[in-house]
Design a binder for this molecule. Structure first.
Ligand SMILES: Cc1cc2nc3c(=O)[nH]c(=O)nc-3n(C[C@H](O)[C@H](O)[C@H](O)COP(=O)(O)OP(=O)(O)OC[C@H]3O[C@@H](n4cnc5c(N)ncnc54)[C@H](O)[C@@H]3O)c2cc1C
Length: 298
């Protein structure tokens, strides 16, 4: 069976042939981005060295987002040779390599078994199957996109991220750090009985979410996450703590959803106003909590 990364790279080479001087990417007649050089390092140390050499040297994921801009890249670093395209079950954790595609995440049996399928659910509305076959987990998380569906779901699980230079840390800490040049290597998700739900509202099937929400529970410990606010996903700490306080009736659930909408900040963009997102937050968080309460234990 053909490897998705190999397919992606062949298509890069084809585009290189069609571009001027063999280094300009053309899509639909428009200049998209420029590569002056392209390397495929054999190890992470070499990849990081090349990345640090010049400001405009850049790691390539599936290139879907890079193609939307007109960045002039010095040396493009393709990680295909580093065998980072995998999902592995380890003692206590599930490990996901940076070059794993969103489609692999969506279809892998482990993620259908664990966490009530929250990860497949979070990515299944992103454009289409062909698109999800090409885009990578590494780029999706490392880029900290505000609209990200995947980050919202991962934040509701016990997720750690491993970077080449900065090492391993909880995803929540990584999201708070200022951006600096590094290489996303892999994700670690603690294998436990966490029950989870993912909800989003989109104006049309493949558009960015107006708001997305993930709710999870491990015993008495709850995590409520709200993303696409439109800033990057954050944990509603007070709402999560309130849910741990005991019996959850209709009033307690509504109070927690109200708390989440009060403690988080919402903004306005072309998809919705801050007030609309705040109102939506109350509804989606409430539905998320109810869904988790209905989940069966593993
Ligand atoms: C039209 C469009 C619609 C989209 N809609 C949604 C949506 O609704 N929901 C959603 O969640 N996402 C959406 N996305 C984002 C998409 O899911 C991917 O997250 C995004 O395309 C980046 O993945 P990529 O593999 O294409 O990265 P690339 O375009 O290759 O790279 C993006 C950035 O990540 C960096 N990078 C790549 N890999 C690494 C690494 N290992 N370490 C460090 N840096 C790295 C690159 O240098 C670059 O700066 C959309 C993207 C597009 C283009």
């Amino acid at each position: 069976m053909m490897n998705t990364q190999a397919v992606r790279f062949r298509s890069l080479r084809f585009e290189l042939k069609t571009g001027r001087l063999g280094s300009i990417f053309i899509q639909g007649g428009l200049l998209v981005f420029t590569l002056c050089d392209l390397v495929q390092p054999d190890n992470l140390a070499e990849a990081y060295q090349i990345l640090s050499d010049k400001r405009n040297n850049t790691i390539l994921g599936g290139c879907a987002f890079l193609k939307m801009g007109s960045k002039r890249i010095g040396t493009a670093i393709d990680l295909t040779n580093l065998q980072l395209d995998y999902i592995k079950e380890q003692e206590g954790f599930i490990e996901i390599g940076a070059m794993t595609s969103l489609r692999e995440l969506e279809t892998h049996k482990l993620f259908r078994e664990y966490f009530n399928g929250v990860l497949p659910k979070s990515v299944q509305n992103i454009i289409g199957v062909q698109f999800r076959n090409g885009v990578t987990v590494g780029a999706s998380v490392y880029s900290k996109y505000g609209f990200s569906d995947l980050i919202t779901a991962l934040l509701a699980l016990d997720t750690e991220i491993e970077l080449y230079k900065s090492g391993r840390m909880p995803l929540v800490d990584f999201l708070k750090q200022p951006k600096e040049k590094d290489i996303f290597v892999r994700l670690w998700i603690k294998k436990n009985n966490r029950q989870a739900a993912y909800l989003s509202l989109r104006k049309s099937a493949s558009d960015y979410a107006v708001l997305n929400v993930a709710v999870s529970r491990l015993g008495d410990q709850w995590t409520v996450v709200v993303g696409a606010r439109p800033s990057v996903a954050a944990i509603a700490i007070s709402a999560s703590a309130a849910l741990a306080q005991g019996t959850l009736g209709v009033q307690e659930i509504e109070d927690a959803a109200e708390r989440a909408s009060e403690e988080l900040a919402f903004g306005t963009n072309m998809r919705g106003t801050a007030d609309y997102r705040k109102a939506l937050c109350r509804v989606l968080v409430k539905r998320g909590i109810v869904e988790v309460l209905q989940c069966k234990s593993l």
